[in-house]
Design a binder for this molecule. Structure first.
Ligand SMILES: C[S@@+](CC[C@H](N)C(=O)[O-])C[C@H]1O[C@@H](n2cnc3c(N)ncnc32)[C@H](O)[C@@H]1O
Length: 141
């Protein structure tokens, strides 16, 4: 990205490291603006919303009406509860979610991520062929 800026603005002396740093900060703090069918329309920086941390079991969701962003609670929240949203698609295995979160440079330790989840088997496993078994075959992690 920094190289692209230099290509577009060759006459200006640029600090590529500084540009890369700024773009990285933007990428970690920006949100994808979606239409009501969740189709991506663009990217926006919402300072008040960028302070919200991620959870794979969020207690709030980020919604858009046009360019306006709203954070809506998914359950009643007491005043001392940290508001969390999910930065990624939550209907995915722990491995996939952690992969998707790599761009934000942290490892999620939410309750869903730390418990050894049977849910992963449901999302990614194959039902055991043995009729008497109700378990799943899982790929090696
Ligand atoms: C949009 S900012 C969220 C607000 C940020 N924690 C702050 O203090 O400004 C995204 C960054 O917050 C941190 N973060 C968000 N959710 C996190 C979580 N569940 N665990 C650890 N770090 C998290 C990561 O560094 C991530 O790149």
């Amino acid at each position: 990205m920094a190289n692209l800026v230099q290509l577009i603005l060759p006459s200006i002396e640029l600090d590529l490291k500084e540009i890369a740093h700024t773009f990285s900060k933007f990428a970690c703090n920006a949100h994808t603006i979606c239409d009501p069918e969740l189709r991506p329309l663009g990217t926006g920086l919402f300072p008040a919303i960028s302070i919200i941390n991620h959870s794979c079991v969020p207690n709030a969701v980020l919604l858009f009406e046009g360019r306006t962003a709203y954070v809506r609670a998914l359950q009643p929240l007491s005043s001392n509860t940290e508001v969390s949203i999910s930065y990624i698609e939550t209907a995915a295995t722990t491995l996939k979610r952690h992969n998707d979160l790599k761009q934000y440079f942290f490892t999620c330790t939410c309750p869903r991520c730390i418990k050894d989840s049977e849910e992963d088997a449901l999302l990614e496993g194959y039902r055991c062929k043995d009729q008497k078994c109700d378990g799943f075959l899982l790929p090696d992690s």
